[in-house]
Design a binder for this molecule. Structure first.
Ligand SMILES: [Zn+2]
Length: 403
């Protein structure tokens, strides 16, 4: 169960119920990191003063730490084959794509997803993707809260397609990041309060695959631009206790973060980001801790790979679920971020139908033998051991398994 209290200063309000930490949140300490934090001086001073006053006047026992869980998945890359897999007599039902992982996603206090393809009500394939609105129903059903819409495919269906996607997601009470329907919206900051912790979100994409933002609406989707990122981070950082940044970046099919990714990640760390969630390369990339000159530390997952796709490369079948447990002192000083990335596998049968997602830990030789990828690419052989080896090689100490 999750608790989402108020969304302040910004787009939407989320509500939920009391938090009960899931077992998975307790067992992900193999990659525990404890980090100092230097943020939000004014607000934290206020909180500390309140706490001290209570201690001296009531002699109350020390307040407990505050813990939240943050989850995230990569690209919902809806080739027309994936949408066709989810076709029903009545329309579309994409919940099949999330059945395996929905219990985990719902257990997170806050869950992020990258909606790579815009939802317009149509089904179109690369290079101008479009997918049905029912995808938004499935995202909500699965337990996602925050949806990134700043991708290189944001403008595949033009301004109209982008705005229809934004509208469809918001109608399901999903918080969208990375884009806006008006200048006023673009000027608002997204800060979501969970268990009293204010979580700020920023989001940027590297490009729009050759399309351009409308000349009169340069604010519509956030593009990576260092000056703009610095300004946005400096504005939102003092207003939140945790700063999470979605970056749609990197080189497709490369397991290695590019020099550009590393430079931008360091810039974000220097500007006070606590967590970076990377998407776009369609394959997993490593995670690591970055540190600024003044000692601020930032956890960067460079790419979570595809959540689901109709692609035909072996490495594109392997994605990850980011699972972080984040602990704050009673005065909301960030104390630690623990966790890592749980590997998942996209499964489909020939001819590219019946798409599903499995945890790699549950992915059997029988499933692998039945995978439709070898019909598409005879040289590609699905093998659970090879996928596990790849996940271990890329993620190293940050590879974790679901509980
Ligand atoms: Zn992309």
């Amino acid at each position: 169960m999750k608790r989402l209290a108020a969304l302040v200063l910004c787009l939407l309000v989320l509500a939920g119920c009391a938090q009960t930490p899931a077992p998975s949140e307790i067992t992900t300490s193999t990659t525990a990191q404890v980090m100092p934090e230097t943020t939000s001086t004014t607000l934290k001073t206020q909180t500390t003063t309140t706490s001290e006053t209570q201690t001296t006047t009531t002699a109350a026992p020390p307040e407990p730490d505050v813990t939240i869980t943050l989850g995230g998945v990569g690209d919902i890359l809806l080739h027309s084959s994936v949408s066709r897999s989810c076709k029903t007599d009545a329309g579309y039902d994409f919940t099949r794509l999330f059945e395996t992982v929905a219990p985990l996603i719902r257990s997170f206090d806050l869950a992020f997803v990258n909606q790579e393809v815009m939802l317009t009500g149509k089904v179109e394939n690369y290079p101008r993707f479009a997918a049905p609105f029912e995808v938004a129903d499935a995202l909500k059903w699965a337990g996602f809260d925050v949806v990134n819409v700043a991708t290189n495919h944001s403008l595949d269906q033009g301004e109209k397609g982008f705005l229809s996607c934004l509208d469809a997601l918001r109608q399901r009470d999903l918080v969208t990041i990375g884009g806006a329907a008006s200048q006023a919206e673009a000027d608002e900051e997204t800060i979501i309060e969970v268990n009293g912790v204010r979580i700020g979100f920023l989001s940027y994409t590297y490009d729009f695959n050759g399309f351009s933002l409308p000349s009169d609406k340069p604010w519509m989707i956030n593009q990576i631009e260092e000056g703009r990122i610095r300004a946005d981070a400096r504005s939102i950082r003092p207003k939140c206790d945790l700063l999470v940044v979605s970056m749609h970046w990197g080189v497709e099919y490369s397991h290695d973060p590019s020099s550009r990714q590393r430079k931008l990640a360091q810039l974000l760390c220097d500007e006070g980001a606590d967590v970076i969630i990377g998407t776009h390369p369609h394959v997993l990339q490593p995670a690591e801790w970055l540190e600024s000159a003044n000692g601020h530390r930032c956890f960067c997952a460079y790419s979570l790979g595809n959540y689901v796709s109709g692609q035909t490369r072996l490495a594109a079948m392997l994605g990850g679920i980011l699972e972080l447990t984040i602990t704050f002192s009673p005065s909301l000083e960030l104390k630690s971020i623990e966790g890592g990335i749980i590997p998942i596998v996209t499964q489909y049968e020939a001819p590219r139908t019946g798409h599903r997602v499995y945890y790699l830990s549950q992915y059997t030789k029988e499933l692998a033998d039945a995978h439709g990828i070898s019909e598409e690419e005879p040289d590609v052989v699905m093998d659970p051991d090879a996928l596990t080896e790849l996940a271990q090689r890329v993620l190293g100490d940050y590879l974790i398994w679901e509980s």
